[in-house]
Design a protein around this ligand. Structure first.
Ligand SMILES: Cc1cc2nc3c(=O)[nH]c(=O)nc-3n(C[C@H](O)[C@H](O)[C@H](O)COP(=O)(O)OP(=O)(O)OC[C@H]3O[C@@H](n4cnc5c(N)ncnc54)[C@H](O)[C@@H]3O)c2cc1C
Length: 223
């Protein structure tokens, strides 16, 4: 059945969800609070795209094996576009530390354990452009979801739609058959649904990773 789907957030999860759901002839609208990327290359996105919703936007990112294989199998043209934009493939063998290299015996499954690495700005702008070109998907930038539209019957919450504000303007209601919350780790949905009586449990783990990034630019020959 063709569904009218609303997705909150055009980060990696929102864009990927739209990509997967578009295969089933659904009509999809993504609401994203931030502005649209500038026209042009991923380099321009890196310097000029105001991406307040993803604080890690200028850090390098890597897609891990599961995601890489999934993309390669289902969306090879997207992976090709990432290579063309400068992403690099790192094989498992390349990741083996020098001190273990001598003892390393390749296993057949190691081929599945590759990484796709690039700046998040590259990853996101290439993915977004690819998703935007799918006719059944519409991305509405500068559209903030401010509340859910719901019906409460016999203590069952049924989400009917969303309250959306464009560019901090007046709030309007939009209806959807299905809503996907892809608004990231600061999602307000647990609170909104909790206020209506739903119990939503959340698990948090400290990643114990801190990283700093420094970017260099190669000098052009004429400089
Ligand atoms: C420093 C750092 C490095 C990382 N490196 C990697 C890595 O190398 N590989 C990897 O796989 N993961 C990495 N991660 C994790 C990865 O970035 C997150 O898992 C990923 O961004 C989650 O995607 P998401 O789409 O759920 O959320 P987000 O990327 O946070 O996107 C949420 C989107 O929703 C929008 N939004 C929020 N609220 C609303 C609203 N009310 N209305 C409309 N829009 C809204 C935001 O503007 C944003 O665009 C890293 C994270 C950090 C912090």
């Amino acid at each position: 059945m063709k569904e009218n789907i609303g997705i909150v957030g055009a980060g990696i999860c929102g864009l990927s969800s739209a990509l997967a759901l578009s295969k089933h002839d659904n009509s999809i609208t993504i609401y994203e609070r931030d502005s649209a990327p500038p026209a042009g290359s991923p380099d321009e996105a890196f310097f000029d795209w105001s991406r307040r919703g993803a604080a890690q936007f200028r850090h390098p990112h890597a897609f891990l094996g599961v995601m890489c294989n999934l993309l390669q199998e289902n969306y090879p043209e997207l992976v090709q576009k990432l290579w063309e934009a400068g992403a690099r493939k790192i094989s498992f063998e390349e990741m083996v530390p020098d001190e273990l290299k001598k003892a390393y015996v390749p296993q057949p499954d190691d081929k599945q354990m590759w990484l796709l690495m690039c700046r998040r700005a590259t990853m996101e702008s290439v993915l977004r452009k690819y998703v935007e070109e799918i006719p059944s998907i519409t991305i509405l930038s500068k559209h903030e979801v401010v509340a859910p539209e719901f019906e409460l019957r016999d203590s069952t919450i049924s989400l009917q739609g969303l309250q959306v504000r464009e560019n901090r303007g007046p709030v309007r209601s939009v209806s959807h058959d299905l809503i996907v919350d892809a608004s990231g780790r600061n999602s307000k949905f647990p609170k909104w649904l909790g206020d209506l009586g739903a119990t939503i449990s959340e698990e948090r783990e400290d990643a114990e990773i801190v990283y700093y990034t420094k970017h260099y630019q190669l000098k052009k020959r004429s400089e």
